[in-house]
Design a protein around this ligand. Structure first.
Ligand code: NOJ
Length: 938
């Protein structure tokens, strides 16, 4: 009883803190370094004779081994900077600018966390003759890409086929503030900003109640990057905003603040806002007909990005490029970071897929999760005790709803001491997990980075003894408030902390954990209830003496990394980890999925989840999801059904709810709602082979799993802004219903392509918007003509129970009677696929023949996994849109030729629904691992 009172008291105090600081935050506007860089930009724009004071000293330029370097000088204060440009093997270009003689080193370690390795430089470039004061190179496979570096004023232009595609410092906003000592540090930002008095340019900034001392002055960097001829830019998650980024200055519907990148814990975040949220990926992509381009601004300090658009005035000779008669827009961006150096990567391609690939080569492709990761996850803050877990688990079976993982939130621990159990509520965690394991299911427990300051808590004691906590500027260990009360935070940027933390996941360390227990990393922005903006003060000190301000956006990433390593190491041979993280940064895809944080059970949050996840996906992190049902508040049954339908077509699929909400396990709503939820979860399970194949492909080529319309229909300008419908891979077009009471919706079908209703097989000829019926039991989903998708029709209690079940191939033919698709399979748990133990098939239908061939060069006889599933068959093939009625269908395998039965009754109708050209073929003896051909004879 006493315990409960204490918990309530504590939870109320925490809520008070959160509310207090939340209110403060809402009234806080842009940070001073942002305001001042913006003011600098305004001044430059307002003054027609403004010229950037930065220039490259002519005789300082050295060109050697793919590196072009030189000395930049700011004529206003004669400070010098090192400029370096690297032409990279992956086809991208990198530019770095740093102070030549900084007062102390500036943080340049982001690359060590975010990139897979130091990118290799290519020697495949040619210097090309140019006028005096310009240094130019051609590069790229076709040598049609050019870089022109203008010395004075300093400006860099990237051109493709002589058309500018990205320009740096075009508007002269480059502003590199040098670090300075206390004497001179009132000479703050933008000495050129004459209108500001010294007093108004304070180095120290009041942030919440606390003064951020900024001992070495402001030290910010600002730079403008323009995308001539590109009307749309995308990326820079995480914001609850549209896919195509909005203007942040002027323009109709523009935001008044720039997009902010600063990992923060924002409960019930605002919608349609550039407000910073839990994760930050400073990657921006621009797309137009025939070309895509992107930049990565590799900086982990607080960053703001302004986006503006302008009508092109043909300064950049773009008019010849577009003869559509439409007016041409260009997009200008202004990047402002609080500290660090300028380290920017530039990517170029004809399509976005080339960019995804280059970006993946640089920052890593998504790691392939265990197969269960793409199943349905059931979470709640909190499942109360062991009995509750058993009952919920049993509830899924009783109601015939599949699920893979049950999650335990913070209350399962002994007083929010992570890696421990509240043994009163969970007396036998191992048995609890064993019971789940016996059904093929798993469990996830939450592990947060705030460590309760309790000498008797082994994690705190060890970290203290090893001196692994983040420090105050004074050198003492930092403490603040989080769920566990007075807490300290491990400094995950310390390699020793990484190693030590990862060992804590060993089975003999994390008592009560088993092989089916996985991890959830929450509150890792980091969230600190007692500090301004609910995060760490910027002047805290990390390993190597770096200030928190320099690496804030890396903290959660480094934590995610250490936890993931822990799960990999705990078994020998290693097994694939599963660690969900809330905070993220460039490269987080290497460690595990993320979710969009604390949303609310209302229709607006359901709607915004689509653009949010699409944006995160194109920024290199394809495995993500949003809390199904909405975290806080109680969804009405209609909203819950619609949310499950949307969630079933998002990569990470988890229902989650706040502790103050009513219970909402799917069976609590009764029919028809429970049936509708069951149906869509089952549909997700039938499509798991497609989801897993897409994850595998993302792990090798960087393609997002759910794809914006502009990625798939890249030449259709009508879709560049569209973010309420999307593709799963290239084959399923999905339009979630996100409005109350809506029973039909307009779906846009691009081009003159053929689509088929996913559920009824009705044929649709695309060309424009078509109104589609969407009663509550139906989410509009369409098969795109030209695709083949693998499914499993028999749905069992969880994904692992379906490994040896047969497949159905659904062939959706295009207007040429052709289609292709693929299927990837492996053991779903180990790293054996890295040895070649996987099955990767290509299916291709053309000229009346369906062929299954291997995409793997590994010999099936040596392929342990292929042998294991050799008996797994294709049991059914459904062909949509075949332009002839076959008289016979013959299968040819390596050993024999035989005739297949097909269902003529289904030709023209299916279950009473009018369909078009549906042919259902019953199949036997066709192994999923072998090559075969099926011939359709007239
Ligand atoms: C905040 C997380 O966003 C939420 O999902 C979780 O339930 C609570 N923390 C409690 O751990």
């Amino acid at each position: 009883m006493e315990n409960i009172q204490l918990t309530n008291f504590f939870s109320n105090t925490v809520n008070f803190f959160k509310a207090f600081f939340e209110t403060k935050r809402r009234f806080q506007t842009q940070s001073s370094f942002c305001r001042l860089n913006r003011a600098y930009a305004d001044k430059a724009l307002a003054n027609p004779s403004f010229v950037s004071p930065y220039s490259l000293i002519n005789d300082s330029i050295i060109i050697k081994d793919g590196i072009i370097s030189g000395c930049l000088i700011n004529s206003k204060n004669n400070l010098e900077f090192i400029f370096e440009l690297y032409i990279l093997e992956i086809g991208a270009v990198r530019i770095r600018i740093n102070e030549k003689n900084p007062l102390k080193p500036r943080y340049d370690k982001v690359k060590d966390w975010a990139l897979v390795q130091d990118p290799l430089i290519t020697l495949e470039y040619n210097q090309i003759p140019s006028k005096a004061g310009v240094t130019s190179f051609s590069f790229g496979k076709e040598k049609n890409q050019t870089i022109s570096i203008y010395h004075s004023p300093f400006r860099v232009e990237f051109l493709i086929d002589d058309i500018p595609t990205i320009i740096l410092n075009d508007r002269g906003f480059l502003n590199f503030e040098h670090l300075r000592d206390e004497e001179s540090n009132i000479e703050s930002l933008s000495e050129t900003n004459q209108s500001s008095s010294k007093n108004s340019i304070q180095n120290a900034e009041t942030s919440g109640d606390k003064l951020d001392p900024k001992l070495n002055g402001p030290g910010s960097i600002g730079l403008d990057i323009s995308f001539p001829g590109y009307s749309h830019v995308y990326g820079i998650p995480q914001h609850a905003s549209s896919l195509s980024l909005k203007e942040t200055r002027g323009g109709t519907g523009a935001y008044s603040d720039p997009y902010r990148l600063y990992n923060l814990d924002i409960f019930g975040y605002a919608i349609d806002s550039p407000q910073a949220l839990y994760g930050s990926i400073p990657f921006m992509m621009a797309h137009r007909k025939g070309a895509s381009t992107a930049i990565l601004w590799l900086n982990a300090s607080e960053t703001w990005v302004d986006v503006t658009k302008c009508k092109e005035n043909n300064k950049n000779n773009l008019f010849g490029l577009f003869n559509s008669g439409k007016s041409i827009n260009s997009t200008n961006t202004h990047w402002i970071s609080e500290s660090g150096i300028v380290d920017v990567f530039f990517f170029f391609g004809k399509t976005s897929s080339e960019i995804f690939h280059q970006y993946g080569l640089l920052t890593g492709f998504t790691s392939l999760p265990q197969y269960f990761g793409i199943g349905y996850h059931q979470c709640r803050w909190n499942y109360l005790d062991q009995k509750d877990v058993a009952e919920v688990d049993e509830g899924f079976d009783r109601h015939d709803i599949p699920y893979d993982v049950i999650w335990l939130d913070i209350e399962h621990t002994d007083g929010k001491r992570y890696f421990t159990w509240d043994l009163d509520k969970f007396p036998d965690p191992e048995k609890m997990q064993k019971d789940l394991m016996n059904k093929g299911r798993k469990m996830v427990t939450i592990i947060d980075p705030h460590i309760k300051r309790d000498e008797n808590y082994y994690i705190y004691k060890e970290a203290s003894d090893l001196d692994l906590f983040v420090k105050k500027a004074s050198g003492s260990v930092y403490d603040g408030i989080c769920w566990s009360g007075s807490s300290s935070w491990i400094d995950f940027t310390n390699p020793l902390a990484q190693e030590w933390w990862s060992k804590k996941f060993a089975f003999d360390q994390y008592k009560g954990s088993t092989e089916v227990l996985f991890t959830w990393n929450d509150m890792n922005e980091p969230s600190v209830f007692s500090s301004p903006e609910l995060t760490m003060p910027k002047d805290l000190i990390h390993h190597g003496g770096w200030e928190h301000r320099d690496l804030h956006n890396i903290y959660g990433f480094a934590y995610h990394k250490a936890s993931t390593q822990g799960l990999i190491n705990r078994t020998e041979p290693p097994r694939r980890p599963f660690v969900l993280s809330r905070a993220f940064f460039v490269g987080s895809q290497r460690y595990g999925p993320i979710w969009t944080g604390d949303n609310v059970a209302n229709w607006d949050y359901l709607a915004i989840s689509t653009p949010m996840l699409l944006t995160i996906g194109i920024s290199g992190l394809p495995f993500s999801g949003a809390d199904v049902g909405g975290f806080s508040g109680d969804p009405k049954p209609e909203l819950l059904v619609r949310w499950y339908q949307a969630g079933a077509f998002q990569p990470f699929f988890r229902g989650h709810a706040h502790r103050d909400t009513k219970r909402r396990e799917p069976w609590l709503f009764g029919d028809p709602y429970t049936s509708y939820i069951r149906d869509i979860i089952k549909e997700r399970y039938s499509l798991l082979p497609l989801w897993y194949t897409l994850l595998y492909e993302a792990s090798t080529n960087g393609m997002p799993i759910i794809r914006p319309m502009f990625v798939v229909c890249s030449d259709d300008e009508n879709v560049y802004e569209m973010d309420d419908q999307f593709f799963v891979g290239n084959s399923l077009l999905v339009k979630p219903i996100v409005e109350e009471g809506q029973t039909s919706t307009e779906v846009y079908f691009s081009g003159n392509e053929i689509y088929y209703d996913y559920f009824t097989f009705e044929k649709i000829r695309g060309s424009n918007k078509i109104r589609i019926k969407a009663p509550l039991n139906k989410i509009p989903v369409f098969l795109r003509g030209g695709s083949i998708i693998p499914k499993r029709q028999k749905i069992r209690n969880c994904s692992s129970a379906m490994h040896l079940d047969p497949f159905t191939l659904v062939i959706a033919l295009n207007e040429n009677n052709e289609a292709t698709g693929s299927l990837y399979l492996d053991d779903g748990e180990t790293y054996d696929y890295e040895k070649g133990y996987f099955v990767h098939r290509q299916f291709a239908f053309s000229a009346g023949k369906l062929e299954s061939t291997s995409l793997s060069s590994f010999d099936n006889d040596k392929n342990i996994y292929a042998k294991l599933i050799n008996s797994v068959h294709v049991e059914q093939i459904i062909v949509l849109g075949l332009d002839m009625k076959p008289s016979r269908i013959i299968a040819h395998t390596a050993d024999s030729d035989f005739e297949l039965q097909f269902d003529l009754k289904c030709f023209g109708t299916l279950s009473g629904i009018n369909t078009s050209d549906v042919l259902v073929i019953k199949v036997t003896n066709l192994s999923i691992t072998e090559d075969w051909t099926i011939e359709f004879l007239k």
